[in-house]
Design a protein around this ligand. Structure first.
Ligand code: GLP
Length: 244
């Protein structure tokens, strides 16, 4: 789906997610399970979701969320932690009970156990209904950097130099303060969601988008694994389609 600009992409995706949540019939055992990304790309979508909640057209009371990733070693209340980002950009403005929010904790002593428990929690919740995602400039989904196994699950990942460089803009352009590692859901974790929706905006994503959809499935552009998914959707703005 191609829209003019990031705001129009957010409008489309926000309304799309709202429709899915509203169509879903939650039961006592099973709520709508939504996978969520961080980054600048989903912000216009989050703005639309917040607006729909404020207008009474959407509620997150029966929604459980799982975030894609989190830096290793950043305290949860650090201004650049993905916990802080998610509460600032979405959770503090909607009616989701905090007990229904799940975000990996990169400060845990046993990070391997943290990842395994996260996968189990997703399973116990009934699996992810819809995974919203962004894309890195190198084509990564979540923090599945080039070279990640397409069968990967939630685990610790060392960040690629390009990602550290791209994300340094959030750390006062100081490369040395960007965490070197992250916890991330795997490519297979994303592929197992019943539906995947990817937001891609801006020209700096255009090469990655081309590689993800016009080249073959490969582990150097992990978003390309989406070609194997039966129910996936990419919503891009005009600038992101420059190389297609
Ligand atoms: C980080 C996140 C990804 C996100 C990417 C792009 O690497 N782990 O999930 O897609 O940034 O971020 P932005 O949308 O700010 O370009």
């Amino acid at each position: 789906i191609i829209r003019d600009d990031p705001a129009a992409v957010g409008e489309y995706v926000g309304n799309y997610i709202a429709r899915r949540i509203n169509e879903f019939k939650p039961t006592a055992e099973r709520k709508f399970v939504l996978g969520l990304p961080t980054g600048s790309s989903p912000i216009p979508t989050y703005k639309v979701l917040i607006r729909l909640v404020k207008e009474g057209k959407l509620s997150f009371k029966d929604v459980v969320t799982f975030n894609m990733d989190e830096y290793v070693g950043l305290p949860i209340d650090h201004k650049e932690s993905y916990h802080t980002f998610m509460f600032e950009q979405l959770f503090s403005h909607i009616d989701i009970p905090p007990s229904q929010v799940n975000i990996l904790d990169g400060t845990k002593k046993d990070l391997i156990a943290e990842c395994e428990e996260y996968e189990q929690k997703i399973k116990d919740a009934g699996g992810i209904e819809l995974f919203l995602a962004g894309i890195g400039e190198d084509g990564h989904v979540a923090f599945n950097e080039p070279g990640s196994s397409l069968a990967s699950r939630t685990r610790i990942k060392t960040l690629a130099y390009d990602t550290i460089l791209a994300n340094s803009r959030f750390f006062d352009n100081d490369l040395s303060s960007v965490p070197r590692m992250a916890l991330t859901v795997g490519v297979a974790t994303v592929l197992e969601a019943r539906e995947v929706v990817v937001v891609v905006t801006g020209q700096r994503k255009s090469l990655a988008l081309r590689r993800a959809i016009e080249e073959g499935v490969n582990h150097l552009t992990t978003l390309s694994a989406l070609q194997l998914h039966q129910h996936s959707l990419i919503v891009a703005d005009e600038d992101a389609t420059a190389e297609l």
